[in-house]
Design a binder for this molecule. Structure first.
Ligand SMILES: Cc1cc2nc3c(=O)[nH]c(=O)nc-3n(C[C@H](O)[C@H](O)[C@H](O)COP(=O)(O)OP(=O)(O)OC[C@H]3O[C@@H](n4cnc5c(N)ncnc54)[C@H](O)[C@@H]3O)c2cc1C
Length: 479
């Protein structure tokens, strides 16, 4: 067995320090397990994968390098070339860390005019027979999104999450990362992510026992000081391969099937939709649209990423809270990613490629296959909707409805212009105005564009002037 810690990857971006600890610690724990199980393991720390492969092949004289198909684009070619230099062949095995194969998705997608999650997900529900009864969805409907947009009462007690304090091996990695990459993003304090298979199973149990029941209703909510709410935090062990999506879905379905657990249909359906639906769908979209997706910039946005994303002070509470949490843990939940960090960059016209690198850098669960479609496609509409029907752009009213951030914020979500007006409001209308010619032919955006154009020209010009002053304040770091 060969495992390679590539320094090149760690150096390529100023990755969150906890992400480096997570990946290196999980690798070293896995190496110990392999050795304990009797495997002969060659564990190398090299400048890059190519050097690691070459050195291994030279040391062992092996003529074939066997790998499972890497999900990230371009890795297979790097390995092929590295093996070739030493006169070895690359043998690629199907990647079995997924619920659906390439062939299955291609058969579903080929010939379709538009690829939409909803229809893929429904067909996968039928194929797996999950939450199905006589060919129909259990509960009579496929989608419970409307039930899953609630916000908790003030003072609601959330269960929190199980933490996995560092053992000696993780402690060594923490010291190494602190010494070697001191300038990288984020804090190392309080590292508590699962790094072994046993801990990953503990994280799954913790979610099933304490959070699955309420996963649905508050799925889109944001609460000040609450990082987890009822989310699973399972992207971390899933993306590392410490959990298989099949066991996650089967365990969740089995847990929900026990009447005493009292899991409502909208919670188990909402969770299944994420793993069987979104996670698989996103991976296939990536596979089919790379490398064009990485360079897409259909809306021609070119502004630099605001310094606030790297922790510079801002009076926008939703933004500063998300960045604070990210700095401390390397994680925020989906709605903070999509509707705060992504949305603000979108309406402020930030270059999507810079934002993509930022997401890749700052999150502990970030890998190219999952970040690039979520950022370039879902969040920034840089692909002009290859798998979404409209941009996820929203004003401050959305953040006010779904969170309690606005209460403690210097800005007022009810105001669009004038002192104290929420920057998201004028930026939202600036965004709509800038792209009105494109959006008026989009059935889901046309009403918004028509409403905007019908407004009094003086009101429109006030809003656009305020939007311009917000962008000035953003550039000068005084927002
Ligand atoms: C701009 C943006 C950036 C994102 N970056 C990442 C990333 O770096 N890594 C990552 O794993 N996910 C990413 N996502 C998807 C999603 O936000 C995270 O998977 C989720 O927040 C992880 O937290 P959780 O495990 O508590 O998720 P939960 O809310 O508990 O959801 C359960 C699981 O469903 C899967 N899932 C849900 N939504 C998606 C999605 N859109 N794409 C793929 N899988 C999904 C994840 O595996 C997740 O663990 C991103 C989404 C957006 C909009």
């Amino acid at each position: 067995m060969l495992m390679i810690e590539s320094q090149e990857i760690a150096d390529a971006l100023p990755h969150h320090k906890q992400k480096l600890v997570l990946v290196f610690s999980a690798m070293r724990h896995f190496a110990e397990e392999l050795r304990g199980a009797g495997f002969t393991l060659d564990y190398r720390k090299t400048a890059g994968f190519a050097e690691g492969v070459r050195e291994h092949l030279e040391a062992t004289g092996a003529t074939t390098l066997e790998v499972i198909d890497p999900t990230d684009w371009g890795v297979r070619e790097v390995l092929e070339e590295a093996a070739g230099v030493s006169g070895a062949k690359l043998q690629v095995h199907e990647n079995e860390l997924w619920l659906t194969s390439e062939g299955e998705f291609n058969a579903w997608a080929d010939g379709k005019k538009a690829l939409r999650l909803e229809y893929f997900y429904r067909d996968m529900r039928k194929r797996f027979g999950w939450l199905m009864s006589e060919g129909k969805p259990v509960g009579g409907t496929w989608n419970y999104d409307a039930d899953n947009r609630q916000t908790p009462e003030a003072g609601h007690l959330f269960p929190g999450m199980r933490r996995f304090p560092p053992d000696a091996l993780t402690g060594e990695v923490i010291a190494e990362v602190a010494a070697r990459w001191p300038g990288h993003f984020g804090s190392l304090e309080g590292f508590a992510w699962p790094v072994t298979r046993e801990q990953a199973l503990g994280a799954l149990d913790d979610f099933l026992e304490h959070r699955l029941k309420m996963f649905g209703p508050f799925e889109d909510a944001m609460v000040e000081g609450e990082a987890v709410l009822y989310h699973s935090l399972l992207s971390i062990p899933l993306n590392l391969g410490l959990l298989h999506p099949l066991e996650v879905c089967e365990r969740a379905l089995a847990h929900a099937a026990v009447p005493e657990h009292d899991v409502p249909i909208h919670s188990i359906e909402g969770f299944l939709r994420q793993i069987l639906g979104w996670r698989e769908f996103i991976r296939h979209i990536y596979r089919r649209t790379m490398p064009a997706l990485r360079d897409a910039n259909g809306l021609e946005h070119t502004s630099p990423l605001p310094e606030a994303y790297w922790g510079a002070p801002t009076r926008m509470r939703c933004l500063s809270e998300a960045v604070r949490q990210l700095t401390e843990t390397g994680h925020t939940h989906h709605i903070q990613r999509l509707m705060v960090l992504g949305n603000f960059a979108l309406v402020a016209g930030v270059d999507p490629r810079e934002l993509n690198d930022w997401f890749l850098t700052c999150y502990v669960d970030a890998l190219d296959w999952v970040v690039t479609p979520n950022v370039m496609g879902m969040s920034q509409y840089a692909d002009l909707g290859s798998f979404t029907s409209k941009p996820y752009a929203a004003s401050g009213k959305y953040v006010d409805r779904m969170s309690d951030h606005c209460r403690g914020c210097a800005y007022d979500p009810k105001r669009t212009v004038g002192p104290g007006a929420c920057p998201l409001n004028s930026l939202y209308w600036t965004f709509i105005d800038r792209h009105r010619h494109r959006f008026e032919s989009n059935p889901r955006m046309a009403v918004i564009v028509r409403g905007w154009i019908k407004r009094d020209p003086a009101v429109r010009s006030d809003i656009l002037a305020h939007g311009a002053s917000v962008l000035d304040a953003l550039r000068s770091g005084s927002l």
